[in-house]
Design a protein around this ligand. Sequence first.
Ligand code: PAF
Length: 277
Amino acid sequence: MEILRTREELTRWRNAQPEGAVGFVPTMGALHEGHLTLVRAAGARCPSVIASIFVNPTQFGPQEDFARYPRQPEVDADLLASAGCRALFLPTPEIIYPPGHATSIHVEPLGHELCGAFRPTHFQGVATVVAILLNLVRPSAAFFGLKDYQQFTLIRRMVADLVWPYDIVGVPTVREADGLAMSSRNRYLTPEERARAAHLHRALRAAESARIQGTDNAAALEEAARAVLTEGGIVDVDYVAVRHPDDLTPWKGQGAAVILAAVRLGKTRLIDNWWID
Ligand code: PAF
């Protein structure tokens, strides 16, 4: 696997790949099975898979975990190579945001809803860095985990609105045996918090059961999920929301829905979602 650190190295690698061959997996590192599933999904579709590792400062708020976000580039590089990645783009902040950088992408109103209501600058940071990475790599397809469903929806919207020729592919969430969605932040949890964390997925499944039993009211489905969170000792809840899966607008009681939640366990913020069909 080639390691590319500058825009020039990346462009040289990119220009040597056949047209239509490149699949891209952008990450912030601290890789787990969920990321490796993205790499394998990219490999199943594209002969040349490139990943990036960049802990993007602009998507962290001032009180968030940017400084302590886990960084393990050597371990990650080995994992990526063993999953079939051909190249790794490993830029510094100066490579992504050279002096004079002044542009930021806002996808509204979605960027300030759900997680965006609690992390007001997060999605403009995500949209901007993903735009830069996509336009540097110029892949045929880019692969994102559906655990970050709001991020996925927002990136798909941005790419459609700006008429960029990249397929945005969502890859299903990989879960631990008890249902907890894999996340680089799970490693922050104490054993006691880790045990409680399983209730996040159970809560979303409770909303699904309520839907199967005929509930067609978003507030009632959200209440079913909140009851399980409370029972499981998850009391610090940013939001639980049932939305339309295409654009995350409020769900009107018919057709498919997605339930999304964000909770805090100690200092760790966890998100998850579940499609209710
Ligand atoms: O999902 C992530 O890891 C990040 O938000 C992304 C898409 C790599 C942008 O920094």
